[in-house]
Design a protein around this ligand. Sequence first.
Ligand code: FNR
Length: 188
Amino acid sequence: MTYRVGYFVGSLSSTSINRRLSQALISLAPEDLEFTEIPIGDLALYSPDFDGDYPPEAQALKDAIAGSDAVLFVTPEYNRSIPGALKNAIDWASRPYGQNSFDHIPAAVIGASVGSLGTALAQQSLRAVLSFCNARQMTAPEAYVHFRAEDYADDGTVTDEGTAEFLRGFMAEFRDHIQRVLTVLPRP
Ligand code: FNR
């Protein structure tokens, strides 16, 4: 059985360290996880005025989540919280009312920063939002990544063995979490 994981990168930066982290996570993940990025950069700002007629980018977002067995959030911390672009994408996916795309979906959260807090506060904010959206979050292990450029090669390979081991373990736990959630809550 292969599990399809849709992943969000919470940064729109062309030099994003979180995008590099996402590549590292994919390369270290168990073989039965298959990854597709769910893009957030072309979405308009959400308004309930769109609820009767979602624009194509927003419909594509909802379709991508519907086609995923699980979602992974790899995000920076902006001003001790969730980057606006990512929160906007979550708002789109959570609506129209009664059509929340995150209902019961297995989810995991991870993020990297150049500071030592490693996105801990952004992840706390994100977890609160995903909890309201009824996503089934992996609660442990937590992963607050203090990004050191020397630990990663340009192609995303993790050169520091301790970091690689930690990220590999995180993804193995996520795989087990997905399997557990889907056993009792199969995706429609
Ligand atoms: C930041 N940064 C940051 N870092 C942090 O640890 N806590 C924070 O609250 C913030 N706030 C913040 C706000 C804004 C608007 C920016 C642009 C940056 C620094 C941030 O961790 C750093 O820029 C990372 O490189 C961002 O991740 P990406 O975009 O490289 O993936």
